[in-house]
Design a protein around this ligand. Structure first.
Ligand SMILES: [Zn+2]
Length: 214
């Protein structure tokens, strides 16, 4: 239990990053915290600026409780989310900036703006935002994307009328009901790469999906 607390990056990294010198709790504001971290790790400076923007906009979202991911980040102007997940030595992110080409900062030194923003939110003790869409909304948006990529006949045959089952789905893992077993097998085997790519485009992170007959 103690080992787990000591090695959980969420318990030590926020302090190491944003409070490298002893300061009292009145220092728990975004700008001074970013400034302290930037002074100590100058190469993190650009990512820290973006992290401050994410924190100011409350753009760190809570991942579903049962997910492997810890949080999702999204700049207000962007559609896509980046998923932050634990690794054996720190945190990983689904964005293109991770892993960084050079390591800097405490722990394993692999930080992007999203991870820094998540750790900043923990440091500032700001509540994470609830995800702004449901699993069903995510599936419906992906369907619109797939409609553009498939012939009308194929779309109608395999996907028309499909829906995510709310009680068996989260925005990270969908259970989708389709019309019959033939469609279920075709989607799972032939169309899975296309569907996985559409979901990733819409969500910005890997969404697992499996199909059942309705
Ligand atoms: Zn990232």
């Amino acid at each position: 239990m103690i080992m787990q607390t000591l090695t959980d990056p969420r318990s030590i990294l926020p302090r190491l990053l944003f409070q490298p010198v002893a300061v009292d709790d009145s220092g728990k504001e975004i700008d001074p915290a970013i400034e302290r971290a930037g002074r100590r790790w100058p190469s993190l400076h650009p990512a820290l600026e973006v992290a401050a923007e994410l924190a100011r906009a409350d753009s760190i979202y809570e991942a579903p409780a049962e997910a492997r991911e810890l949080a999702l980040a999204r700049l207000p102007a962007e559609q896509r989310f980046h998923a932050i997940s634990p690794t054996p030595s720190g945190l990983a992110c689904s964005c293109n900036d991770w892993p960084p080409t050079t390591n800097a900062g405490p722990g394993d030194g692999r930080y992007c703006a999203d991870i820094l923003a998540y750790l900043l939110a923990l440091y500032l003790q700001r509540p994470l935002s609830p995800l702004p869409f449901t699993a069903e909304e995510l599936w419906q948006t992906a369907l619109e994307e797939l409609r553009l990529q498939m012939t009308r006949a194929a779309f109608n045959q395999w996907l028309l009328g499909s829906f995510a089952i709310p009680e068996a789905s989260t925005p990270l893992s969908l259970t989708v009901a389709v019309r019959n077993q033939y469609a279920q097998e075709w989607l799972a085997h032939r169309l899975h790469p296309l569907i996985a790519r559409a979901l990733r485009t819409v969500a910005g992170y890997e969404v697992s999906v499996h199909f059942i007959t309705s």
